[in-house]
Ligand binder design. Structure first.
Ligand SMILES: [Zn+2]
Length: 247
């Protein structure tokens, strides 16, 4: 199975929850508001003979030509967005689910950005995002998930097509879920914002931005140990240097 990170760039984010582009060659983190975090925004695509799987959909920004950035990044890797068969959503914060749908100029309405894919989303996460909204979610851009027949609602934990396991952790967000994708050679682990950066796997770090920071930390320690035993490949959505590590 081929794994391709689809970086949308580096950003800083502070309490306002606005993603401000950060150019590593000329911007200075010290000049950003106090408490700003420097993060990559980096969905992944997994390509096998069986499926083309997208892991989260990024910010949903468009380039000057009006093309969704995640579409552009796929095309640059010789992948037609129409060939995506599954979209797995860890949670629906706007940097992970911004590209779920897009504005179709000809139709003058929003459509799912990956019309041939089945979307997998946690039922409670979607209801929470639509009801609570706030600055972390963009409810207006998630509505199609509620009405489309291309969406499979997941609860708690389970298995998709015999080779993808998922489990709700309720750590980074109240209904955040993580995925294990198994093929013959490897177990690919996508912990999304429960395990966003390599450095966090190796330290006892409790993040203030998490719903349950202590639980996130404990899960990271557990996964890092189990991943070493079982030779997992970890994908890090927010890591600016190491998108993936195979143990
Ligand atoms: Zn998040």
């Amino acid at each position: 199975m081929k794994i391709i990170p689809l970086s949308e760039g580096s950003f800083t984010i502070d309490a306002t929850k606005v993603f401000v582009p950060f150019d590593k060659t000329k911007d200075d983190l010290q000049q950003r508001p106090k408490g700003s975090l420097l993060v990559e925004v980096q969905p992944f695509v997994l390509v096998s003979e069986r499926d083309t799987i997208l892991l989260d959909t990024g910010l949903g920004f468009s380039d000057p030509d009006g093309v969704l950035q995640i579409h552009r990044n796929l095309v640059n890797n010789d992948i037609d967005p129409l060939s995506v068969t599954k979209v797995l959503l860890s949670h629906l914060h706007k940097d992970h689910a911004g590209g779920v749908e897009r504005m179709d100029v000809a139709l003058q309405q929003n459509i799912l950005a990956f019309p041939n894919a089945t979307y997998y989303v946690n039922r409670d996460e979607l209801n929470f995002a639509l009801e609570k909204g706030k600055s972390s979610y963009l409810p207006e851009e998630l509505k199609l998930l509620k009405s489309s027949d291309k969406v499979v609602m997941l609860d708690n934990l389970g298995v998709i097509d015999d080779y993808i396991s998922y489990e709700v952790t309720a750590a980074h967000s109240p209904y955040h879920q993580v995925f294990w994708i198994k093929d013959e050679e490897q177990t690919i682990f996508f912990g999304a914002d429960d395990a966003p950066q390599l450095q966090q796997m190796k330290s006892r770090f409790i993040a203030k931005y998490d719903y349950d920071g202590k639980k996130s930390m404990e899960l990271r320690m557990k996964w890092w140990e189990q991943g070493a035993d079982e030779h997992w490949t970890f994908l890090f959505f927010h890591d600016i240097k190491s998108p993936m590590i195979s143990l």
